[in-house]
Design a protein. Sequence first.
Length: 135
Amino acid sequence: MIHAISPNGKEDVTESGRLWTSREVGRVVGTPIVKDGLLYVGDLGGTVHCLDAATGAHLWKHETNDAIWGSLLLAGDRLYVGNAGGLMTVLRAGRRKELLAQIEMDAPLYSRPAVVGDALYLATARRLYLIATKH
């Protein structure tokens, strides 16, 4: 499960500062992302969740079918999610789920992709890829 905690609580803020709890999110290793009032998080069950950051209401989920170990990347309106099966999933960020692409890579994806300028760096367990537009 995942909890939203206010930093303004007293003493044990896990109790006094708890805003909401979602029991739909499984165990999480990567860092959640919050943007425009939406919280995105991937769990070890292979599910990407989008929740309302203020209320914890579950807006949508997407199954990647393998463990998500790394943190997600939000670049512009695109959410990049790699999993242990080597699948890179690209979703459009927003209140409605929209699958943009699924890319089979050569090996597991354990780390967060990185954006440098208009290029995407993607590390699998075997190789480092640079994805960019040809100029």
